[in-house]
Write a protein that binds this ligand. Structure first.
Ligand code: WT7
Length: 636
């Protein structure tokens, strides 16, 4: 399954297109199945209906844990680096991790969780997060991890959508110099969540918290009641492994559904190949450090499932890159002799801004492969990463993919694919990209750009959006019939190399986080006195995109304090979605540029937010062109 040369890549790619079923069947055979599958692939993109390894039975935790015990039981599976560098780090070997996952699985069982039940996980980046995820998978429960930065309202929406029966959380979380309450936020959320019968609480910050008799139990006490014996539940390849919520251009976040067999094969295959993980590295099994939070797909696939399915050592970091100072990542690389570092352009740009002093005095010689994910990486950041972190001797894999794709899609293979700065380069085996124009017509040849679609299924792709299959169809398969539409714009250069240019829908990418403009607008509109709002993105030096909100209010703010009113609006957005969705700029306006049919012309608002006031294009179709002049004058 491991590609070693560019020739091998080309051969594998051709095989994967000519005969996808035999290609993926060969790879899937390397895993442990309780029963073999009867048919490798059954699909159509109309309903859509996608099934891989049909009839196959397995448990993903047997593949991620049990299967490694004989050969690498004593190898570190997870290395945990705490927020505070003075606190001791923890190493869990495969044997220890297996033991803890089984115990946690038994805790879930004794608290009433059964196969198919949904469990919401709202935890800091601690080993218990990975353990909880795997414990669900062990007993066939479906996990829905909610990122620790989301608000009570967001948690409640996600819990209700999936009808979760149980929540796993902690008293609080440490993030840099901040202490964040988690249990309190869960308590607020659960006021509106009748499906939740139990809350399992671990202690992390030891902040006093409310514990409700009959509903809330302590994880530590529960763990004392169980053994480490927990046979894995036999699951169907197409049973749901997890739900992960992500934003789109309309309405509430949708629950992207991934199923067990295909996701496992895809996460493992892409991990092994793209990062070229070595068990026999210079100092033993390589250490893979993915800096994402397990609350996002990157953490699911490249901290937990991909690395563990491959028997790798995965580093899990609780804190933030800038605390105690902007050298923290380099401290960690040095301390744990990290070999593979996988992070986001926004982190690189932020660390760049602190200067090279923070990089100096750290031994980065263990690094062998660097990765980038989440947003387009600009050339300046790419070169800084290459020069100062990789010292020009580590390939940078710029990996393009999405929550929906389950794993990496367009990406270099480290030390195999010739690189080009700021290019995701070439599709991985099994991935068949196609560029189309607005009408869905294929744009052939090289030196072209268009909307990025995928024309054939790959094992890691989403199967549905939880509880609303029609929404899955409309969002991804209806825009261009017969194709999966990514929502991204893309160019293919003269060499056939792909470069992702950004979203073509109303989705923003702020610090690598996906945020729907409609979602932010809905939150702003819930603020007292707000009549209407329009949200657009604008280029931001560190975040990639910033959030610019145009807001109409019904009367002057109390005491005419516009600054306070802006901060109040931010507080409302924080309450409704979470701090990550707070606009960077708010401009109060008297009107929005609308067409005669009442549609907001976002193109104009985007230009204004970008500061391109002189070049607004055709405004003649506007209901009231004067509005534009007024907005231009009030730019913030
Ligand atoms: C969107 C998906 C799964 C990755 C983490 C974010 C953008 C992602 C790249 C890249 C340019 C990228 C796209 C995509 N994106 N990686 N290497 N180059 N853009 O997952 O939250 O589902 O967001 O992130 O716009 O559609 P996500």
């Amino acid at each position: 399954m491991v590609i070693k040369t560019f020739d091998e890549y080309q051969t594998a790619y051709k095989h994967s297109v000519d005969d996808p079923e035999s290609f993926w069947a060969e790879i899937a055979q390397e895993f442990q199945w309780r029963k073999p599958w009867k048919k490798t692939l059954q699909w159509n993109f109309t309903e859509p209906s996608i099934k891989w390894f049909v009839g196959g039975k397995l448990n993903i935790t047997e593949n991620c844990l049990d299967r490694h015990l004989a050969t690498r039981g004593d190898q570190p599976a997870i290395i945990w680096e705490p927020n505070d560098p003075h606190e001791a780090s923890i190493t869990l070997t495969y044997r220890m991790l297996h033991d803890q996952v089984c115990r946690m699985a038994n805790v879930l069982k004794r608290n009433g969780v059964q196969k198919g039940d949904r469990v919401c996980i709202y935890l800091p980046m601690v080993p218990e997060l990975a353990i909880s995820v795997l414990a669900c998978a062990r007993i066939g429960a479906i996990h829905s991890v909610v990122f620790g930065g989301f608000s009570a309202q967001s948690i409640a929406d996600r819990i209700n959508d999936a009808q979760c029966k149980l929540v796993i959380t902690a008293d609080g979380a440490y993030r840099g110099n901040k202490e964040i309450t988690l249990k309190g936020t869960v308590d607020d959320a659960l006021i509106g969540c009748p499906s939740v019968q139990r809350v399992i609480v671990m202690t992390r910050t030891r902040t006093p918290i409310a514990m409700f008799k009959g509903r809330d139990v302590w994880m530590e006490q529960e763990l004392k009641q169980v053994t480490a014996h927990c046979p894995a539940e036999e699951m169907d390849a197409e049973d749901i492994l997890f739900i992960l919520y992500t934003s789109g251009s309309t309405g509430k976040p949708k629950g992207v559904v991934h199923t067990i067999g295909g996701y496992m094969v895809y996460a493992a295959y892409t991990f092994q190949n793209v990062f070229q993980y070595k068990h026999d590295g210079r100092t033993g099994p390589q250490v893979h450090f993915c800096t994402a939070d397990i609350g996002w797909i990157t953490g699911h696939s490249y901290i937990v499932y991909g690395p563990l399915a491959c028997g790798a050592t995965s580093l899990l970091f609780e804190g933030v890159p800038t605390w105690p100072d902007a050298g923290r990542f380099w401290d960690i690389v040095d301390k744990h002799a990290v070999n593979i570092l996988y992070t986001a352009p926004t982190a690189i740009r932020s660390l760049m801004s602190f200067g090279l002093d923070k990089v100096k005095n750290h031994d980065l010689s263990s690094l062998e492969v660097l990765g980038s994910v989440g947003e387009p990486i600009n050339e300046e950041a790419w070169h800084w990463y290459d020069d100062h972190i990789g010292k020009n001797r580590c390939p940078i894999v710029d990996t393009w993919w999405q929550t929906e794709t389950g794993g990496l899609m367009i990406s270099p293979i480290a030390n195999v694919t010739p690189l080009k700065p700021a290019y995701a380069t070439l599709p991985l085996p099994g991935v068949q990209p196609i560029l189309v124009d607005e009408n869905g017509k294929e744009i052939e040849g090289n030196g072209v750009s268009g909307n990025l679609c995928i024309k054939f299924p790959w094992p890691g792709m989403l199967r549905t959006t939880y509880g609303d299959h029609e929404r899955c169809k409309q969002t991804y398969f209806a825009t261009y019939p017969g194709l999966y539409f990514t929502g991204d714009g893309c160019l293919r250069d003269e060499d056939g190399y792909y470069r992702i240019t950004g979203r073509v829908d109303d989705v923003l990418n702020v610090s690598g986080h996906r945020i729907g403009t409609a979602e932010v607008e809905n939150a702003i509109n819930m603020h007292t006195g707000v009549v209407e709002s329009a949200v657009v993105g604008y280029p931001h030096d560190i975040k990639g995109q910033g959030i610019y909100a145009y807001v109409i209010i019904d009367q002057p703010p109390v005491d005419n304090d516009t600054d306070l009113m802006k901060r109040d609006i931010l507080a409302t957005v924080s309450r409704i979605i979470g701090p990550i969705a707070k606009p960077d700029k708010i401009q109060f306006v008297v009107g929005l540029p609308k067409t005669r049919s009442g549609k907001i012309m976002r193109r104009i608002l985007r230009k204004i937010a970008e500061g391109e006031l002189g070049n607004l294009g055709d405004t003649s179709t506007l209901l009231d062109p004067a509005v534009v002049e007024e907005i231009k004058e009030g730019v913030v």
